[in-house]
Design a protein around this ligand. Structure first.
Ligand code: ADP
Ligand code: TYD
Length: 212
């Protein structure tokens, strides 16, 4: 499923630990691409459609043990399925470039790693219910200590996973790098510990090379 896209990349996801700068960079990239005349939509997970945004509140708010690990995987996958059906696939069919803040790689890391090894369950459910990988995934790599301090300084209500702390974020950082190594056709890794402009330039170069 990680084979290179046959045509130009249209479905582009951004991954990385909490606070790695995904939202900041997606906004910059969307503005640049739009200014160049591309038809772009920005979306996010969990969420990105009306139903999936409702599920977002269920999975991101409340106590860490609110859901069992398995129920949580089902909820994230249900949200993703609705997001695919209602937002992503229609946009791709209309020829738009879809920039998505997190996708299945986040479930592979967060639900696959955080409460025992559930990676196989995540992958099986993905195959069954989603069955598609992005054309391109930009991984913003970042020291967890920096990412966590940035993320916590935002103080939103969606903090169920940010409360996991630095040890788990470190495991996920390595997990994301391992995913990137396992699917080099789809992934590009960018160093997130730099100025916003420098990171944006790298991402613009990567994306420009793949959308044409
Ligand atoms: P994410 O979406 O990956 O959680 P954000 O884009 O929301 O990350 O960034 C988290 C915080 O860090 C925000 O307050 C943002 O303004 C800030 N930030 C983002 N990129 C940088 C950077 N390169 N250097 C310093 N601060 C940054
Ligand atoms: P997000 O809003 O991207 O948070 P941040 O801006 O801090 O990166 O994502 C919210 C949280 O949801 C984040 O902590 C990661 C978690 N998450 C999962 O646990 N599994 C998933 O499948 C997805 C998409 C997100």
């Amino acid at each position: 499923m990680s084979a290179p896209a046959p045509g130009p990349a249209r479905f582009i996801t951004f991954e990385g630990i909490d606070g790695s700068g995904k939202s900041t960079q997606i906004k910059r990239l969307a503005d640049d691409l739009t200014a160049q005349g591309h038809d772009v939509i920005v979306t996010r997970e969990p969420g990105g459609s009306a139903g999936a945004e409702e599920i977002r509140a269920l999975v991101l708010q409340g106590e860490p043990d609110r859901w069992s690990a398995e129920t949580e995987i089902l909820l994230f996958t249900a949200a993703r399925r609705d997001h695919m059906e209602r937002t992503i696939l229609p946009a791709l069919a209309a020829g738009k470039i879809v920039l998505c803040d997190r996708f299945a790689d986040s479930t592979r890391m967060y639900q696959g790693l955080s409460r025992g090894d559930l990676r196989a369950v995540v992958d099986q459910l993905h195959t069954l219910m989603i069955g598609r990988e992005p054309d391109l995934t930009v991984l913003i790599d970042m020291d967890p200590a920096v990412g966590l301090s940035r993320a916590l300084s935002r103080q939103t209500a969606d903090e169920r996973f940010e409360a996991f702390g630095e040890g788990l974020q470190a495991a996920m950082r390595q997990g994301f790098l391992d995913l990137a190594q396992a699917a080099p056709d789809r992934f590009r890794v960018v160093d997130g510990a730099r100025e916003i402009d420098a990171i944006a330039q790298d991402i613009a170069a990567i994306v420009t090379a793949t959308i044409t």
